[in-house]
Design a protein around this ligand. Sequence first.
Ligand SMILES: N[C@@H](CCC(=O)N[C@@H](CS)C(=O)NCC(=O)O)C(=O)O
Length: 115
Amino acid sequence: MEHLTLHEDPRSGNCYKIRLTAALLGLPLERVQYDIMKGETRTPHFLQTVNANGRIPVLQIDDRFLPESNAACWYLAEGSNLIPADRFDRADMLRWMFFEQYNHEPNIATLRFWL
Ligand SMILES: N[C@@H](CCC(=O)N[C@@H](CS)C(=O)NCC(=O)O)C(=O)O
């Protein structure tokens, strides 16, 4: 059984999505926390070992690192009933995940965080 570790800042909505997906599926998740306001994801160690893009969340699966929240949600959900069996419904799910990243995340979620 693979060991799952979430590199996160608990205040981040992108990290919450992954914790929520894991909880819905009953998957145990170890949590390693960083303070993004203190630049803790911009250290040489983080950039070299966790994510060269300097951002959380990153889902660690054993010794492999998967950045991008929606990729992590997809990884956890694959094979479960959280992903529709129907081809169109699956593409529609991806549509909302892309919409979330391209429209909601930069225009609403990030502004809310900074305010
Ligand atoms: N598209 C990425 C966005 C990742 C992202 O912007 N993470 C923010 C927190 S939600 C972060 O790490 N900011 C700290 C920084 O850029 O130094 C995802 O969905 O995971």
